[in-house]
Design a protein around this ligand. Structure first.
Ligand code: CA2
Length: 148
């Protein structure tokens, strides 16, 4: 039987992880996060696709494509978190359960990072745990998928 598919979608500048600002975002690269997430998804009996783009429309396309195909989405929309009604609309249209992730604790940072448009369509948000947040999000999604 096919395993449930989880999409992990990452937004702008997250391709720079591990290369700049390690004091804020940690030392792991996005490739390290993908490797750890793939192993954890496998252990939970989930299929996983991992995406990153610096372009808002790419993120919209991946979220739209999840409808009827994926069982869940883990979304770190980067700075688009705080600006993008388009991502919120895509999440609402996709009707796929979403867990929002941020490496940093956005509530300890500048005021403009405190508001998230995507939170309105997310089941919950994990922030402040660095790259481990993706593992926590997979655990949360696996449970939600099993319950549904
Ligand atoms: O904490 C998070 O995961 C964020 O989504 C990261 C975004 C930021 O705009 C959000 O407010 C919170 C920024 C990602 C930029 O990542 C970089 C990594 C290394 C060097 C430069 C940027």
């Amino acid at each position: 039987m096919a395993k449930p598919l989880v999409l992990i979608v990452n937004g702008p500048n997250l391709n720079m992880l591990g290369k700049r600002q390690p004091e804020v975002y940690g030392h792991q690269t996005l490739a390290d996060i993908e490797t750890a997430a793939a192993a954890h998804a496998e252990s939970l009996g989930l299929d996983m696709e991992f995406h990153q783009s610096n372009h808002e429309g790419d993120l919209v396309d991946w979220i739209q494509g999840a409808r009827g195909r994926a069982a869940g989405i883990i979304l770190n929309a980067g700075a688009y978190t705080h600006t993008s009604v388009a991502l919120l609309d895509a999440l609402n249209a996709a009707e796929v359960v979403c867990v929002e992730v941020h490496l940093s604790n956005i509530h300890q940072r500048e005021e403009f990072r405190h508001h998230s448009f995507v939170s309105k369509a997310a089941k919950g948000m994990i922030c402040g745990f660095g790259s481990h947040g993706y593992i926590l999000a997979l655990d949360a999604l696996a449970r939600l998928i099993k319950e549904s």
